[in-house]
Design a binder for this molecule. Structure first.
Ligand SMILES: *[C@@H]1O[C@H](CO)[C@@H](O)[C@H](O)[C@H]1NC(C)=O
Length: 987
């Protein structure tokens, strides 16, 4: 009695603990969006209209019945004729063609300065307007279903042929894809018709839902295209704000580095780095976030004027950029005509507020050279060509390297100074959060950053940095100086931080602090881990003027990913990255370790940052981790159920099948502690990222495996409660229908011969699956039938009809009454098991042989019931692997009409073993797959299922179903094979 209470306590605790952990994870994940990477996006406005392309009918593609093609037009701004450069927009999972409106509207309003008047810039260069087409996929759930993706690819391909038939020969189309639309777009390659591909929030390297083998095949094909196809591709990623896909999968493979000369142009841009945006962007927000859409639209417009792939690369680089720009090589300039010179004293920064006129400032570099310094310059509301925020044409700065004699200005010779970094930096508004919620940055905001290493000079000469300032108005400011501080390299690792936090002391840079550079080569850089960085300034003097550029922290962990933060005394910052992550293929440019930090400021002499401290942000780390492992959790639960069954079947060799509850307890008490240790050890093995946790044996994540295992076990417990809850009303319902019961029970218990009805129904269902119903849906049907079977055979009287039941016999004298604390079925079990012929004579009324037969039958019935419930639990955990297709199917039927041929998966063999199993289990009252009936090796099959789901499940979840189905098929074959049968007879 106390033991059963004890065990109930254990399972209940474990179950509740898992539910609690999942609850915590849910809230932590929700908070990531707000704390780690808040979003600052302006809404976009437009006046949309959509024109259905009726001529794109079934003579182009049979899918014309199912999908449609639309042309976007900005009302009042452009005519309905198509004359420009075509663009095709492909929406993603559950996306709509109407999502094209923000980008299309922005393109129209940038191209036309007022309705039907082409803006001067485009007119002079002969660039054409954009004609935005969008495919409508009825909000299909393409992420879950390969065949649906395939239909979308076919339809889009036909749509491109149709669209281009309206344009002059050799016109090429720009393809834009949002989310899974980007995957569809990539799959359209190779194609001579596509000039460039721009994807937004697209999971390129890892399918977000990994339940379908077809999706994986498609991804494998795409991986090759992404690596080799010469079509320029840009991928824009939302970062941590995007909760629908892990943003590390948005990074294009192996191409963080970009060479314009090369034939293959790839660029990944995180919106946190995208110039002018500098914010995380959510998954759906990506298509309407103003800061993103206007740059995407601009890039697409400019692509229309590009003649070659290299031209396109330059344009894409200019408009969709998050990092330093690739510039045409500098040419020598003659500046002898420059108006005036001003030579600055040594060690002075160049500070110009609202400069006017045209002038050259010379900064001596002799001293800076000795200190191995870097020249750094900021320009606000002005340009260092070609980089400038919007609407800032009045102030032009060009930095040069000059040498000669300052006393004789005519002898000076100057060449343009080659930048090592030239890009826009955000300039957070004082007193406001950064990015400003629902608003973000303005196009005209941003400070141009120019950095250059100093060239070597002959020692006899004097040399200067010559800053040529050309100001037509009185606007903006310029700040230039030398960073003479040493780069700080710190060896702190995630474990150091774990032990006690880590402090970084910055050497005092004095008044002239321009830039600090810190590298952390040993810092673990993984999407699962978030650090918290706090900055302190020790001596903050009382009087400070507002600096031109307040301290700005730049964090870079991957060539594509840069984050900007405003640094303030004692305000923690969440440092996070997508450089590497679970299940992401290894890549040259995805370092697992290392981070680079820069602190830029136009030092004002006070509030200098002296100290940085790093700790782990546990709440955010939990949030990030929990969004990456739900599929793993499901597959590991299948593993737990399979181990459970392994032990149950091994137990049943001794003649008794345990109940599910007993199996759970056995599992928790006996193999689980060992498994926890083993799971930890396996997590430390340097496996390929496709296996297990996908962390490649990183010791920091070792503990994740035991935690997941505990939660998975708890979930299995909870799922068993849930199944009991489901069976309860079914059982009541079954009792109300005695006719049904008696009909069933009058059948011979072991009537497993293949009847004509069975064959007919099997053939019928198989045909249905092959022609109409996806096999996943048939599986769900199987589970429901089996649920009903289990419910109706639970707690039934051991043997009905005229045979007297054990319960009606006086069993008090039997010695087993001591076990009365057990549940009803346990009692029956034990009673029956212990009945020996020697004890029987006490019962007078019933003949011995009949009572023995009855006892054996009762035993069988119970064994069968326990076996069925074990199988029910296994099938329950296979449901999440097939459920998504049901959703896709229902969605497709609802949106595309019931007559639409659903391009599903009709491989009847995947579900056939379950069909047979469920049918037999419904008719059999003795154990179906026990050792006695199906061979003594059957339990090893469960161990194979376990191993596959542990190791492979999280990356290729569909394999779990395949291996479970295969195992059931083998067991059934063993059960029904004639060889087995004769042996049984002989025995
Ligand atoms: C498709 O449209 C074209 C042009 O309007 C028409 O000639 C053709 O007959 C249509 N085909 C079908 C199958 O409706």
């Amino acid at each position: 009695m106390s033991q059963s209470r004890h065990t109930a306590f254990i399972t209940a605790t474990l179950g509740l603990f898992s539910l609690f952990v999942i609850y915590i994870c849910y809230y932590a994940a929700n908070d990531v969006r707000l704390t780690v990477s808040p979003q600052g996006c302006r809404m976009s406005w437009m006046s949309p209209s959509y024109i259905l392309q009726r001529e794109f009918n079934s003579s182009w593609t049979p899918l014309a019945y199912r999908y449609s093609l639309w042309l976007y037009r900005e009302v009042g701004w452009e005519s309905n004729q198509v004359r420009g450069t075509p663009v095709l927009f492909i929406p993603g999972n559950a996306g709509s063609s109407h999502q094209v409106r923000s980008i299309a509207s922005s393109a129209a309003r940038q191209y036309f300065s007022s309705p039907s008047v082409i803006s001067g810039d485009f007119a002079s260069r002969g660039i054409k307007a954009l004609d935005f087409f969008a495919v409508e996929f009825n909000e299909d759930l393409s992420a879950f279903h390969g065949p649906t993706l395939q239909s979308q690819i076919e339809y889009s391909s036909a749509a491109i042929r149709y669209i281009l038939s309206h344009y002059p020969r050799n016109t090429r189309i720009v393809v834009m894809g949002h989310s899974m639309g980007g995957v569809v777009g990539t799959a359209l390659l190779p194609s001579g018709d596509i000039s460039a591909l721009i994807t937004m929030s697209t999971p390129h390297t890892l399918p977000p839902a990994r339940f379908d083998a077809h999706v994986d095949e498609l991804y494998q094909r795409n991986a090759e295209l992404l690596a080799n196809n010469p079509t320029p591709i840009v991928s824009i990623c939302g970062g941590a704000t995007d909760m629908m896909i892990p943003s590390e999968s948005c990074i294009l493979p192996d191409l963080g580095d970009v060479s314009l000369e090369g034939t293959v142009y790839r660029r990944t841009v995180f919106t946190s780095a995208l110039e002018g945006a500098w914010t995380g962007v959510g998954h759906r927000e990506m298509v309407w976030c103003h800061q993103v859409r206007w740059r995407v639209a601009r890039a697409a417009l400019e692509l229309g004027g590009a003649k070659s792939n290299t031209d396109m690369a330059v344009m894409l680089d200019k408009w969709l950029n998050g990092d330093s720009h690739h510039l045409p090589p500098a040419t020598a300039v003659d500046i002898s005509e420059a108006a005036t010179y001003e030579v600055l004293p040594e060690d002075m920064n160049l500070i110009l507020k609202r400069p006017t006129g045209s002038r050259m400032y010379l900064l001596p570099i002799r001293h800076a050279l000795d200190a191995n310094a870097t020249f750094v310059m900021f320009v606000s509301r002005g340009s260092i060509p070609p980089i400038a925020p919007q609407h800032s044409t009045k102030l032009q700065i060009s930095p040069h390297f000059c040498h000669g004699l300052a006393t004789a200005p005519d002898s000076l010779s100057c060449v343009p100074l080659e930048p090592s970094i030239l890009k826009l930096l955000p300039s957070p508004l004082p007193g406001k959060p950064f990015p400003v919620p629902d608003e973000g940055s303005d196009e005209s905001e941003g400070v141009v950053l120019f950095e250059a290493t100093l060239p070597r000079i002959p020692s006899a000469e004097d040399a200067w940095i010559g800053v040529n300032v050309n100001a037509a108005g009185e606007d903006g400011w310029v700040f230039g100086g030398f960073d003479t501080t040493q780069a700080i390299q710190s060896d702190i690792s995630a474990f150091d931080i774990l032990i006690g936090g880590a402090k970084l002391l910055l050497q005092p840079a004095g008044r002239n602090s321009v830039r600090r550079y810190i590298t952390l080569p040993k810092l673990l850089s993984n999407s699962l881990l978030v650090y918290k960085l706090t900055s302190r300034s020790v001596d903050s003097t009382s009087f400070c003027t507002q600096p031109l550029l307040p301290p700005l922290l730049v964090h870079k962990s991957h060539p594509a990913e840069t984050h900007y933060y405003r640094l303030e005394h004692d305000k923690p910052i969440a440092i996070h990255t997508h450089a590497s992550g679970p299940y992401i293929p290894l890549s040259r440019f995805s370092p697992s370790y290392g981070a680079e930090l820069w602190i830029y400021s136009s030092g004002s002499g006070c509030q200098e940052i002296d100290e940085l401290s790093l700790t782990i942000d546990w709440w955010a780390t939990i949030g990030r981790t929990s969004t990456r492992y739900p599929a793993t959790l499901v597959c590991w639960s299948v593993s737990v159920v399979a181990i459970l069954m392994f032990y149950a079947w091994r137990e049943s060799r001794k003649g008794q099948m345990p109940t599910v509850q007993q199996s759970l307890i056995t599992f928790i008490c006996y193999p689980m502690p060992k498994l926890l240790a083993a799971s930890f050890v396996v997590a430390l093995l340097p496996l390929s990222p496709n296996y297990y946790l996908g962390t490649r044996g990183e010791p920091f994540f070792g503990l994740l495996a035991p935690i997941l295992l505990v939660v998975a076990t708890g979930l299995v417990t909870v799922s068993w409660w849930f199944i009991l809850l489901l069976m309860w009303p079914l059982r009541l319902f079954g009792r109300l229908l005695p006719v049904n019961n008696s009909l069933r029970s009058n059948r011979r218990y072991d009537d497993l011969g293949v009847s004509r009805n069975t064959i007919i129904s099997m053939v019928f269902i198989s045909l249905l699956v092959m022609l109409f119903v996806p096999w996943q849906v048939a599986f769900i049907g199987c589970w429901l039938i089996h649920l009903h079977t289990c419910a109706s055979s639970a707690h039934r009287k051991p043997y009905p009809g005229s045979v007297p039941s054990l319960r009606s016999t006086p069993t008090e004298s039997l010695p087993l009454r001591e076990h009365s604390g057990h549940r009803e079925e346990d009692i029956q079990n034990t009673e029956i098991k212990e009945i020996k012929p020697s004890e029987v004579p006490k019962i007078q009324d019933v003949p011995l042989d009949q009572r023995l037969a009855a006892a054996a039958d009762a035993l069988d019935a119970n064994q069968a019931y326990h076996e069925k419930t074990h199988l029910l639990l296994l099938m329950f955990w296979l449901l999440p692997l097939s459920m998504p297709v049901l959703a896709v199917w229902v969605r497709t039927l609802m949106t595309a009409g019931y007559t639409t041929p659903f391009n599903g998966d009709h491989n009847v063999f995947k579900v056939a073993p379950f069909l047979v199993l469920v049918d037999c289990a419904g008719r059999s009252r003795s154990p179906l797959l026990s050792h006695r009936n199906a061979g003594s090796y059957i339990h090893w099959g469960y161990l194979i299922v376990t191993c596959v789901s542990f190791l492979l499940g999280s990356r290729e979840a569909y394999r779990v179903f395949d291996v479970a189905s295969l195992h059931i098929a083998c067991a059934l074959l063993a059960r029904f094979s004639p060889v087995r049968f004769t042996r049984r007879i002989a025995a």
